[in-house]
Design a binder for this molecule. Structure first.
Ligand code: PEP
Ligand code: MG
Length: 317
C-alpha cells in the first residue's frame, strides 16, 4: 500500500469535483524540510520553532542562530511557503524538563506560547527580526500561537512593526510576511471577526482546541478516553472558523493532528477546509482521500454530522 501511495507524490491534490487542496507539512527542525519535500508537501504549514529553544538549560538562541535556522528551512523548501510559528514554549513543550515551569499548578493554563513571548518583549523581538530576515530568502508566513486577548494581538503586531522599522533603519534585508493567528483557545474561535480583522489567515490548532474546549489535559492518560475530536462542541468551533474565514475570503488551515487523520479528511473537506497541515508521513494517505472525495456531494453529509448529537455514529456513512 505504501508503494502505491508513493506514486501519488507528484499528483496534484484535487477533489473529484475539481477543488484544489493544499497539503502542507508540520516540521520541528529546519532539516525536516527535506522530508516535507520528499512527501510532496505544498509547503510548510507549521514550523514549531520552539524546538530551537528546548533543552538548552535556559540559554536561548540569539537572532543570528534563529535567522540561520529559519533560512535553512526556507531554502530547503525551494520556493514553497514556510509558516514559522513563534515559540510555543510551556505546558507539553517545557524549555527544560527540570526547570521552574514544571512547578506551576496548571501549566497548560499558564505562561505558555504568546504569553511567554510577550512577557519578555526584547527576547520576542529577536525572534520577529529573525523571521523577517529569513523572509528575504523565500516566502514566509508567520503564525502566532495561543492568542485569546485583543491586547495580545495588538502587542504582537506592534512588536512586529517595531522589528520591521528597526531592520529597515539598519539597512538589513527583510521580506514581506503574511501574519496568521492560531485558533486553539475557544475564546479565539468565539471572536473570529476580530481575528479576521487583524490577521491575513487563520490556522486551527485542534490539539489545543480540543484540550481547552473539553477541559481535558492532552497529556493526561487518565482522561484520554474523553479527548474527543468529534465532540459536537469541538466540531462547531472548527466549522465556524472554516466558514467565517471563507466568508471573509481568508485562508483557514488546520494544523493539529486532526489534519493528518485520514478518518477526518472527508468531514473537513465537507465543512469547506482546503488547507491541511500534518506530519509529512501522513501527506500521501490524506491525498488519497482527497482524490477520492467529491467536496460538493460531501457537504450536506458534513452538515448533518455537525448538527448531530452523536457525530461519530454518522462518520462511516
Ligand atoms: C495544536 O494545538 O493543534 C497545534 C498544532 O499546536 P501544538 O500541538 O504544537 O500545540
Ligand atoms: Mg497548540
Amino acid at each position: 500500500a505504501r508503494s502505491r501511495l508513493v506514486r501519488l507524490r507528484d499528483t496534484p491534490a484535487i477533489t473529484l469535483d475539481g477543488e484544489p487542496v493544499d497539503l502542507l507539512a508540520n516540521i520541528e527542525m529546519p532539516e525536516d524540510a527535506a522530508a516535507a519535500v520528499r512527501a510532496g508537501a505544498a509547503g510548510v504549514g507549521l514550523f514549531r520553532s520552539e524546538f530551537l529553544f528546548m533543552g538548552r538549560q535556559g540559554h536561548l538562541p540569539d537572532e543570528e542562530e534563529q535567522y540561520q535556522a529559519y533560512r535553512r528551512a526556507v531554502e530547503g523548501m525551494n520556493g514553497l511557503p514556510v509558516t514559522i510559528r513563534t515559540v510555543d514554549i510551556g505546558a507539553d513543550k517545557p524549555m527544560d524538563s527540570s526547570a521552574q515551569e514544571g512547578k506551576h499548578l496548571n501549566p497548560a493554563l499558564g505562561l505558555r506560547a504568546i504569553r511567554w513571548s510577550l512577557a519578555d518583549p526584547a527576547m520576542f523581538l529577536t525572534q520577529l527580526r529573525a523571521i523577517l530576515r529569513a523572509a528575504a530568502h523565500g516566502p514566509v508566513k508567520m503564525l502566532v500561537p495561543m492568542l485569546a486577548h485583543l491586547s495580545e494581538i495588538r502587542q504582537t503586531l506592534s512588536l512586529l512593526e517595531q522589528a520591521r522599522v528597526e531592520l529597515h533603519r539598519e539597512g538589513r534585508p527583510q521580506g514581506a510576511v503574511q501574519v496568521g493567528a492560531m485558533i486553539e483557545i475557544p475564546a479565539a474561535a468565539l471572536m473570529l471577526k476580530t481575528f479576521l480583522r487583524y490577521f491575513d489567515y487563520l490556522s486551527i490548532g485542534t490539539n489545543d482546541l480540543i484540550q481547552y474546549t473539553l477541559a481535558i489535559d492532552r497529556a493526561d492518560e487518565s482522561v484520554a478516553h474523553l479527548y474527543d475530536p468529534l465532540h459536537p462542541a469541538v466540531l462547531r468551533l472548527v466549522a465556524d472558523t472554516i466558514a467565517e474565514g471563507r466568508a471573509q475570503g481568508k485562508e483557514v488551515s488546520v494544523c493539529g493532528e486532526m489534519a493528518g487523520d485520514v478518518g477526518m479528511t472527508r468531514l473537513l473537506l465537507g465543512l469547506g477546509l482546503r488547507s491541511f497541515s500534518m506530519h509529512p508521513a501522513q501527506i500521501l494517505a490524506v491525498k488519497q482521500e482527497v482524490l477520492r472525495a467529491d467536496a460538493a456531494k460531501i457537504a450536506p453529509w458534513a452538515r448533518q454530522v455537525l448538527e448531530s448529537e452523536t457525530p461519530s455514529a454518522l462518520m462511516g456513512s
